[in-house]
Design a protein around this ligand. Structure first.
Ligand SMILES: CC(C)(COP(=O)(O)OP(=O)(O)OC[C@H]1O[C@@H](n2cnc3c(N)ncnc32)[C@H](O)[C@@H]1OP(=O)(O)O)[C@@H](O)C(=O)NCCC(=O)NCCS
Length: 157
């Protein structure tokens, strides 16, 4: 963090829905998750949705969503997003570290995340936290586009 912004992480709360969805729209456009998605993820596991807030303005500038599946064995990082103006200041890393810590605390045995193969920023970020590309999958979202799958194998640590 270069000190330009004073950022705090906190768990997502339902009062954040509108702002969080705005951040999502600004970052992903037509590929954005909906308000319903954030609310339902929060209902499923409130420890796995985090937001980054600019302390000075109270503005939400990023978020991270995670989930646990396969009988508690596999933790998924579903989404890491930071508003463009706030990038390259360590906020994505802070969010991801929090998500990974929560998944570890839940004792998952594997962690997975997917990315567009060209998304250098996301891939580097995930690699910094110990994820490694394991395979690509064609038509991942049924859209003709390939998706890179990265895994952080935490067994035996
Ligand atoms: C990916 C994203 C969340 C990174 O957020 P961020 O706050 O800028 O990331 P950080 O500042 O914490 O960067 C952490 C590390 O990630 C890597 N990284 C981040 N942005 C990068 C870029 N544009 N190019 C190369 N590496 C980058 C670097 O290794 C960086 O560490 P460093 O600054 O010490 O070199 C952000 O770019 C974003 O929201 N992108 C659009 C949404 C998206 O693609 N999300 C991922 C979906 S799979």
């Amino acid at each position: 963090m270069d000190g330009t912004h004073d950022i705090a992480l906190r768990p997502f709360a339902p009062r954040d829905l509108a702002q969080c969805t705005d951040v999502e729209q600004a970052v992903y456009g037509s590929g954005a998750y909906s308000t319903y998605f954030f609310r339902q993820l929060h209902d499923l596991n409130p420890a796995l949705v985090w937001i980054a807030e600019d302390r000075r303005t109270g503005k939400i500038v990023g978020h991270l969503c995670a989930a646990i599946g396969q009988g508690g064995e596999v933790g998924w990082i579903l989404n890491t997003a930071v508003l463009a103006h706030y990038r390259r200041q360590g906020i994505g890393r802070l969010l991801l570290e929090r998500g990974v810590a929560e998944l570890r605390a839940a004792q998952v045995r594997r962690m997975l995340v997917t990315s567009e193969p060209e998304n250098v920023a996301a891939i580097r970020l995930y690699e910094r936290l110990g994820f490694r590309a394991v395979r690509t999958e064609a038509d991942y979202y049924g859209d003709g586009y390939e998706r890179l799958i990265l895994e952080c194998d935490i067994e035996g640590e």
